[in-house]
Design a protein around this ligand. Structure first.
Ligand code: BEZ
Ligand code: FE
Length: 290
């Protein structure tokens, strides 16, 4: 096309593409370019604004390395990660939520009742529940991975003072589908805001804080794997989570308890738990993969 104009440039992009293309790739790219062009037209994007956007992307590349990926964070804080997640997982089981960057493969496998609180500061929390199918039948041998921040709001991988795999574990459910873990209440924390994402937060008057949460992955043959988070009812950031991870069924009460006799018998840390402690009851519902 020799005479490209505001009105014809989108069609020109399509006309320039070859026929021998993967249909899905072509469909996604076509829609992306259509929306990009429509965005520029609708906002009447100026040259300075376009250059600012490119600088934002360039800065994201510069600050990213093996440990930090600012592009994933941009996807998280614009809601794209959660949106893609929700599009791909509209089902009847427990809601999924963002994985985040702090999951480490290889956390120690503990028996049901295992203790990850150990010497960590903070209020003791006993998290207990079952993994079930959508008919309520318990699922034996489901492997649960849990990871969380310490009381200072940092994951072990961000904090040289914590041991490797501190406040992380894996656990296989028993015959009754049950799991039980002693831990501490995780603290709310800020997503990294010292780079381009921080500029975006400040430019839009948003908070970088995430509400307190426990991360879980639950996997067992025959069921869709579940990546999710469990949030604390009453947390001040539930309505402004920086990465849009909160779902109604993932908000749990941390119930204050003083009856030590009510503690599950198989808790490894049972003898050392003092009152008051907090109790979270949370069941995971998995959906069959057939
Ligand atoms: C997290 O929950 O660990 C997290 C999720 C998205 C971005 C940053 C942190
Ligand atoms: Fe997290």
């Amino acid at each position: 096309m020799k005479d490209v104009s505001i009105d014809t440039i989108t069609q020109a992009f399509l006309d320039y593409c070859g026929d021998d293309t993967d249909p899905r790739t072509m469909f996604v790219l076509k829609k992306l370019v259509e929306h990009l062009h429509a965005f520029a037209k609708e906002t009447q994007l100026t040259h300075a604004e376009w250059a600012r956007g490119l600088k934002f992307a360039t800065d994201a590349g510069i600050i990213s390395d093996d440990e930090r990926n600012e592009f994933v964070l941009i996807s998280d804080v614009t809601g794209l990660s959660s949106l893609v997640d929700m599009i791909g997982s509209q089902h009847e089981g427990t809601s999924s939520s963002v994985l985040g960057p702090f999951h480490s493969v290889g956390a120690p496998m503990l028996p049901v009742g295992g203790d990850i609180k150990k010497d960590n500061e903070g209020t003791t929390v006993v998290v207990e529940g079952r993994v079930k199918d959508t008919d309520g039948k318990p699922i034996q041998g489901a492997v649960i991975e849990l990871w969380q921040t310490a009381e200072n709001g940092l994951y072990y991988s961000q904090d040289g003072t914590q041991d490797d795999f501190n406040l992380c574990c894996s656990m296989a459910t028993g015959a009754d589908g049950r799991y039980a873990i002693t831990t501490v209440k995780p603290a709310p924390y800020k997503v990294p805001d010292d780079g381009p994402v921080g500029e975006l937060f400040r430019a839009t008057g948003r908070t970088p804080w995430r509400p307190s949460h426990l991360h879980f992955i639950v996997q067992v043959e025959g069921y869709k794997s579940l990546v999710t988070e469990v949030f604390a009812n009453g947390d001040p950031y539930l309505n402004s989570d920086a990465v849009f991870g909160v779902r109604e069924d993932l908000i749990m009460d941390y119930v204050e308890c003083s009856d030590l006799d009510a503690l599950p018998d198989d808790l490894e840390a049972r003898a050392s738990i003092t009152a008051p402690y907090l109790k979270v009851d949370f069941d995971f519902v998995l959906v069959s993969d057939t």
